[in-house]
Write a protein that binds this ligand. Structure first.
Ligand SMILES: [Zn+2]
Length: 310
């Protein structure tokens, strides 16, 4: 019985995702109904993830991608590049109207909860270096959040703000269980924890981006001629103490911008000359290299976003 329900939910989410990019379906459905249906589906998915042992985290992720990404980024599930949002705008809805209906349906909070449940905690850079597919999954979710915020506004998924509205259907949320209980007392610490978990997804950095983040900050101080400021000195000290002294020395000798090489590219992002194999291997292993050809850029590697995630 549970097995049948599981495969039904997977099939339903996929079919629903396909309908969301079908202009005929979107035109026939009222906006309120569309977003309310999303809310209901999200609740069912969370309930399943919480209570049904055969419904795995991967199932939850697949259902999430199928049902949510068509709204803002259908390409990532292989459904073309016209979003439900585009179709709704073409049908005469204003962006303001869409944002308000989305907010009133409680989708800021529900989506944050669903995403953090489905995606879990991003790996730190050392673990990420050993698991590129995992890194790519988190790069995809970061990109989805960016696209959602481009449509919904920069303050979308500010969980505290979402709950400030007394009419919010998730008023009183403390945990997934509370989605169905609606207790009167609001537990701020649980909301704060949800916000932190969501921000980890939104602000995720690929391994070398995270590893060399302080070096990139130092680069900005050098670029504006403040390399002897107290902040720059602190950054240099912390890089040395984190075991990144070699990368720091390389930067201080070269004093050139730091740029990513992305995905399967094998050339310098500045002069476009192909890098030698030994440098490419160093980059893939999380190193920082100076282009031998132009000597005008320090390069690190960032995996590309996958073409599809399901
Ligand atoms: Zn170059």
């Amino acid at each position: 019985m549970l097995k049948r329900l599981r495969s039904y939910l997977l099939r339903y989410s996929k079919r629903y995702g396909k309908r969301l990019v079908n202009p005929g379906f979107v035109a026939q459905t009222s906006l309120t109904l569309l977003f309310e249906n999303h809310f209901t589906l999200g609740r069912i998915l969370l309930e399943f993830a919480d209570k049904v042992s055969g419904f795995t985290e991967e199932d939850l992720r697949d259902c999430f991608w199928w049902a949510w990404s068509p709204l803002f980024w259908p390409t990532i599930v292989g459904l073309g590049n016209v979003t439900t949002w585009d179709i709704l705008i073409q049908n005469g809805h204003s962006a303001k109207d869409l944002r308000e209906t989305w907010g009133a349906a409680g989708l800021d909070l529900l989506t944050s909860l669903l995403m953090t449940e489905a995606m879990g905690t991003p790996p730190g850079w050392r673990k990420g270096l050993r698991d590129t597919p995992l890194v790519q999954r988190f790069l995809a979710i970061r990109e989805l959040i960016k696209r959602m915020r481009d449509c919904l506004g920069a303050d979308a998924f500010d969980v505290t703000r979402a709950v400030d509205s007394p009419s919010d259907p998730l008023w009183g949320l403390r945990s997934i269980h509370d989605l169905w209980a609606y207790p009167e007392q609001l537990a701020d610490d649980r909301l704060d924890a949800l916000q932190v978990a969501f921000d980890h997804l939104a602000d995720y950095r690929a391994p070398a981006e995270e590893k060399f983040a302080r070096l990139s900050q130092l680069e900005r101080f050098v670029a504006i001629g403040q390399d002897s400021s107290a902040e720059a000195k602190d950054l240099a000290d912390s890089l040395a103490s984190e075991g990144l002294g070699d990368a720091l020395d390389l930067f201080l000798q070269a004093r050139v911008p730091i740029k990513p090489q992305i995905g399967n590219a094998d050339y310098c992002p500045r002069c476009f000359v192909r890098l030698p194999g030994v440098q490419l291997r160093n980059l893939r292993a999380g190193g920082l290299v100076l282009c031998d050809n132009c000597r005008q850029v320090l390069i690190y590697w960032r995996p590309g976003i996958p073409k599809v995630v399901v």
